[in-house]
Design a protein around this ligand. Sequence first.
Ligand code: NAD
Ligand code: UDP
Length: 309
Amino acid sequence: MKRILVTGGAGFLGSHLCEKLLELGNEVICVDNFFTGQKKNIVHLLDNPFFELIRHDVTNPFQVESDEIYNLACPASPIHYQFDAIQTVKTSVMGSINVLGLAKRTNAKVLQASTSEVYGDPAIHPQPEEYWGNVNPIGLRSCYDEGKRCAETLFFDYHRQNGVAIKVIRIFNTYGPRMHPNDGRVVSNFIMQALRNEDITIYGSGEQTRSFCYCDDLIDGMIAMMASDDSITGPINIGNPGEFSINELAELVIELTGSKSRIIHQELPSDDPKQRRPDITKAKELLDWEPIIPLREGLIKTIEYFKTI
Ligand code: NAD
Ligand code: UDP
């Protein structure tokens, strides 16, 4: 039995990760400040004697003995990470310093939940890990993008300078049950709007693309990365290479919900990437991982969840 620390464990992905790690027979400590996480995501785990919950902001140092650390603490949706941009940068940068310092002292292996946003508005398509990205350093999305880029820098510097065992994954748009209904991300927005027969809000022309990964696939990839040989530091893209325009996503959600919603177009937010699709060659070769749940199937499960809340 390993003792595993999950920061951001009460969030959408963190709660699925805690659940899976417990299922696999581990002891799990969840650290979260509940900025975007919710108690109801983990309430079903609270009776488990192998699960512990600590309310804490990772920008402040903390001490937890563990064998492995998954660093997921950071708001992930544009409206939430832009709500307090400075705190978002602090969470990625100071949170990483605190987590890496902890890993160094306790000799724990540490995984960083990085993001496809490090590629910004990519000029190379699909995006391989070697691509350095095209990121605006001073825009509205920069607190998240540059915070995550700096976190990657810190991970590799702690690895080179202090020998910390690191794992960096770059997560592409992931969706599924327990997404926050009001987090403004496209999948949750469209499903909520469709279920309420409200207008579906497409930003811009809707020709921009994203590649959507179902949460269970993502969690399997994350755990495979942590289990991989110490020589595999990443960064490794984890995502589903199936690429859809936002128009296609809207039509699919309307079809699957049987909604009477109309599609309307609103202004495109600044620096909105035009295209995004992971090159997952490395994940396939090094982790023997690839996603298995197609968008249609994942959306059906997600719609069922949103109907219950
Ligand atoms: P989420 O907002 O549901 O989860 C983030 C969690 O971190 C929340 O529980 C929140 O309360 C917690 N948190 C935020 N700031 C904190 C702080 N200072 N101290 C302690 N806890 C804090 O988002 P998610 O979609 O579950 O994303 C989890 C991680 O995966 C994030 O790091 C995100 O950047 C990364 N990621 C997610 C996606 C995606 O599509 N879901 C894509 C790329 C990367
Ligand atoms: N989007 C949209 N309508 C919405 C929410 C988002 O058209 O109600 C678009 C958004 O402009 C972007 C894409 O959907 O082009 C994905 O947005 P999201 O915020 O989910 O993720 P990110 O932009 O961070 O990939």
